[in-house]
Design a binder for this molecule. Structure first.
Ligand code: SAM
Length: 198
């Protein structure tokens, strides 16, 4: 399904990073080891590399990864791209200073819980998780994301899922976004920034 969605010259979610990532500049530390999960066509991983981070990215779509590699080459940055299924990803313990998870809402609650645990495991002590997605109210806007309320994030869900991390920011809000044709219009969003205890 994702390969078909991405089988077009256009970048479905655009080539610019999500505004959430731009706004979190204080966590984008040059030289830091970053993992971008379900990174798609590379807009976020390429931006991280442009900020000087040492970036690894993964996605389940080979079509998306090809586009990501082209974007990285066009922007003259290096990113280590990997094809994989996030539900069986090897979450190496304490491996990354930053984990970036932007619009990864294709997971049912059980799979999501395992992925959240994996992201925590792979963060190094003191490392930061940047998670950005939709709230259930997005179903009314229908401007992006899956049509499943269960796949969305609430403040309560993220508070309980990341109770073992220090939550530095947790904010739900509505705003207009324009990220290619994939995310376009008024959107019900939520941001999480959380640090693994040192
Ligand atoms: C909504 S897109 C977001 C892409 C990117 N994070 C962004 O914001 O531009 C969701 C991405 O998840 C990927 N994906 C879906 N299922 C996956 C899986 N089981 N393992 C890894 N990636 C998956 C898709 O290929 C797609 O690129």
């Amino acid at each position: 399904m994702w390969d078909e969605k991405y089988a077009t010259e256009e970048y479905v979610y655009g080539t610019e990073p999500t505004g959430f990532l731009r706004a979190r500049a204080e966590y984008l530390i040059p030289g830091a080891r970053a993992l971008a999960v379900a990174d798609g066509e590379g807009r976020n991983s390429v931006y991280l590399a442009q900020q000087g981070l040492n970036v690894t990215a993964m996605d389940g779509s080979t079509v998306a990864l090809d586009k990501a590699r082209r974007l990285a080459a066009a922007r003259d940055v290096e990113v280590g791209y990997h094809h994989g299924d996030i539900t069986c990803w090897d979450w190496r313990p304490d491996a990354y200073d930053l984990v970036v998870a932007v619009f990864i809402q294709f997971l049912d609650p059980a799979a999501r819980a395992k992925v959240f645990e994996g992201m925590k495991r792979t963060l190094a002590p003191g490392g930061v998780l940047l998670l950005h997605g939709y709230r259930p109210e997005q179903l009314d806007y229908a401007t992006g994301g899956p049509p499943n309320a269960d796949f969305m994030y609430t403040e309560q869900l993220l508070t309980s899922s990341f109770a073992d991390l220090e939550i530095l920011r947790l904010k739900g809000y509505d705003t207009e976004i324009h990220e290619g044709t994939g995310h376009a219009g008024m959107s019900a969003l939520i941001d999480l920034v959380a640090r693994k205890p040192a």
